[in-house]
Design a binder for this molecule. Structure first.
Ligand SMILES: NC(=O)c1ccc[n+]([C@@H]2O[C@H](COP(=O)([O-])OP(=O)(O)OC[C@H]3O[C@@H](n4cnc5c(N)ncnc54)[C@H](O)[C@@H]3O)[C@@H](O)[C@H]2O)c1
Length: 444
């Protein structure tokens, strides 16, 4: 058989399996990204194996217990019953897969350099079980050239020839956990393969579950597109945060100004200030790009400045709380502060990189008695001390010196908060429009 014929046959047979929804999928990493994706493919008729190193998570998933707000237990149970979805910790399950998608974490090291060890570990498991004709897609957010410089050689060492007996692509995940308007199946995918055949196959796969697939010329373009999206968000949030500091000095509400500016129907997109940025993406991903550029001899300035401003917001929130208490002739030392919301954003229980953790720590360090309410986060550990969530009731509100709103969860009753708490520091404008005596509500 000629080389050319071989390339066409490998791609054709996988292409046919994908077209007929008969390709068997393995999705490595069953968290906020991997699980909704697995479920979307399972709903589309594919047979999906979710692989995760966390035994507790795998056990829960096989019992039909979802670990993300984007999936109801009943929906998971239905897919398990139909034998469309199963979870395992056993990487031997890869041997039965035609397509492998990697959705493992890409955090930062303490040094703020990329920690790519989870991707390397997952990809090593796949490479160790190299099979001709398989498509591998990396979805984890990462620095440019990860797919071609790090992953590809791992497979080549096992005899893989990209676009021939093996297909490799990068396709960033853009899910916004807890967002009911845009779920994974509503968000267009970007796909960049190592060769045009790799791109074509990956795009054909995603066409089954998303409305639109944008094919780009290389994995590097796809990797950079994701980073640019999150740098855009990070920089604009930093601008809104710094704008809030300016507005405070000018004694005007940043929200009112931003809302007014947002009436312009073109060329403007509103971003609002907050207590700092959190989660697995916005504070982290820009630093992946900075790191890559730094080793290429360029220091990205916007990213550094935005990072500095965003990371200073918890200090500002603590200062605001001290100042607000001071106006009421109270000092922070010994004050009861009820923190409302620990998760980094509304509607989720994710506390990774949440600025609330830093704020609670600083308040405690300065002698405040801190309690917190968060319907999505039953307990936290701050500086080695375990805190348990309290219910947000009229009694807890009345007993506090200051209610500090850090996450605008829909479950909180902001009207009651404004009515009962003697002082409210609102970093999310959750109490916007609610009347209170002057000085009772302090907004960022
Ligand atoms: N969470 C988001 O909003 C979001 C959005 C878009 C992109 N991303 C990116 O997607 C990737 C995954 O993020 P996430 O939020 O789903 O993380 P997560 O922590 O929710 O889930 C990751 C899962 O991978 C598992 N895991 C870790 N190492 C593994 C390994 N070697 N083999 C198998 N499983 C392993 C963990 O046990 C965990 O269950 C990251 O690169 C992240 O930046 C996240």
């Amino acid at each position: 058989m000629s080389e050319h014929q071989n390339i066409r046959d490998q791609a054709k047979s996988l292409g046919e399996l994908i077209a007929a929804r008969q390709a068997r999928l393995a999705i490595i990493g069953q968290g906020y990204v991997g699980l909704p994706l697995a479920v979307e493919f399972a709903r589309a008729g594919f047979s999906v194996m979710g692989i995760d190193t966390d035994l507790d998570r795998v056990t829960a998933l096989n019992l039909g217990r979802s670990c993300t707000p984007d999936l109801k237990d009943d929906d998971l149970i239905a897919l398990i019953r139909d034998h469309r979805y199963e979870a395992t910790t056993d990487f031997a399950a890869l041997e039965d897969s035609d397509v492998v998608i990697i959705c493992v974490p890409t955090p930062l090291r303490k040094s703020k350099d990329p920690d790519i060890s989870y991707v390397v570990s997952a990809a090593s498991e796949v490479a160790a079980r190299f099979q001709a004709g398989r498509l591998v897609i990396l979805e984890s957010t990462t620095y440019p050239e990860t797919t071609e410089d790090l992953l590809l050689p791992m497979f080549q060492a096992r005899g893989a020839r990209a676009g021939d007996n093996f297909f490799l692509a990068f396709s960033p995940e853009r899910i916004d956990p807890g967002n009911p308007t845009f779920r994974v199946g509503d968000i267009p995918k970007i796909v960049g393969g190592v060769t045009p055949e790799c791109t074509r196959l990956a795009a054909a796969l995603y066409h089954h579950v998303v409305p639109r697939v944008r094919e780009v010329s290389s994995p590097k373009v796809a990797e950079l597109a994701k980073l640019y999206e999150n740098v855009f968000r990070n920089v604009n949030i930093a601008l809104a945060n710094e704008f809030a500091l300016m507005c405070r000095r000018l004694d005007v509400s940043a929200k009112e100004v931003i809302d007014a500016a947002a009436t312009k129907p073109f060329g403007f997109m509103p971003f609002y200030p907050g207590p700092g940025i959190g989660g697995h993406c916005i504070p982290v991903d820009p630093l992946y790009l900075s790191w890559k550029l730094r080793i290429n001899g360029y220091e990205p300035r916007f990213i550094a400045l935005a990072d500095e401003i965003n990371r200073s917001m918890p200090d500002h929130v603590v200062d605001l709380t001290i100042e607000a208490l001071n106006h009421r002739r109270r000092c922070l030392n010994g004050a009861n502060v009820l923190v409302m919301g620990i998760a980094y954003k509304r509607g989720v229980g994710d506390t990774r990189e949440s600025p609330a953790l830093e704020i609670v720590k600083q308040l405690r360090d300065r002698g405040a008695e801190v309690t917190y309410a968060d319907p999505h986060v039953p307990s936290i550990i701050v500086d080695g001390v375990a805190l348990k969530a309290v219910e947000l009731t009229d009694e807890t509100l009345a007993a506090t010196d200051c209610a500090l709103i850090l996450t605008d969860h829909a479950e909180f009753d902001y009207r009651r908060t404004a009515e009962i708490a003697p002082l409210v520091v609102d970093t999310r404008n959750a109490t916007w429009g609610l009347a209170a005596p002057k000085g009772r509500i302090v907004r960022l």
